[in-house]
Design a protein around this ligand. Sequence first.
Ligand SMILES: Cc1cc2nc3c(=O)[nH]c(=O)nc-3n(C[C@H](O)[C@H](O)[C@H](O)COP(=O)(O)O)c2cc1C
Length: 161
Amino acid sequence: MTPAAAGLIINRFPTRLPPPMPELQYIAYTSTASRPIVDADLRYLLADARHFNAGVDLTGILLFNGLAFFQYLEGTPKACAAVMARIRSSSLHHSIYELSCDAVDGRRFGDWRMGCTWVDDEARWLALHDPSLWTTRVDNPAPCEGLALLTGFWEASMGVP
Ligand SMILES: Cc1cc2nc3c(=O)[nH]c(=O)nc-3n(C[C@H](O)[C@H](O)[C@H](O)COP(=O)(O)O)c2cc1C
C-alpha cells in the first residue's frame, strides 16, 4: 500500500475523535485592575455585564479585593466565549490568567447573572488562586476543590450557614 493510500485510510477512519462539546462549561480566571476601581466603576461594570449575561444565559460570580478580580462564569461554550471576548477587551483590567475551564454537570450560581462580593480575607483569596485546586481528575466526576472552596466562600458571604 502506498503512503498516500495509507493516509487516506487513516483520515477516513480516525482513531481519535474530538471530545463532544459540553452543554455547560465554566471558566475561572483572575486579573489585575488597571487603575483604582471606585464604586461607580463596579456598578457600571455589573449593570453592563448583567445585561449582556442575561441575553446569553450566562451566570456566575465576581470577587474583588480592591486590586484584583476573580471571576467564575458558567454557561454554554458559546455564551462563555462571547462573554470572555468582552472581558478580554475591557480596559478595566489586565494580566488575565485562566485558572480552569471545564465541562460541568450543572450551574453552581444559577441565580446570579453576575453576583459580586468584596473579599478581605487574604488567606481565602490566596487559596482560591492555587492552580492545584482547580485541576480535575479525569477519572473522578467530583467537582474540583477550587469550586467547592468558591461555593463555600460565596454562601458564607451571602449569610448561608
Ligand atoms: C472583572 C471584569 C468582569 C467582567 N465581567 C463581565 C461579564 O460577566 N459579562 C460581560 O458581558 N462583560 C463583563 N465585563 C466587561 C464589562 O461589562 C465592561 O468592561 C464594562 O462595562 C466597562 O467597559 P469598558 O471596559 O469598555 O470601559 C467584565 C469586565 C471586567 C473588568
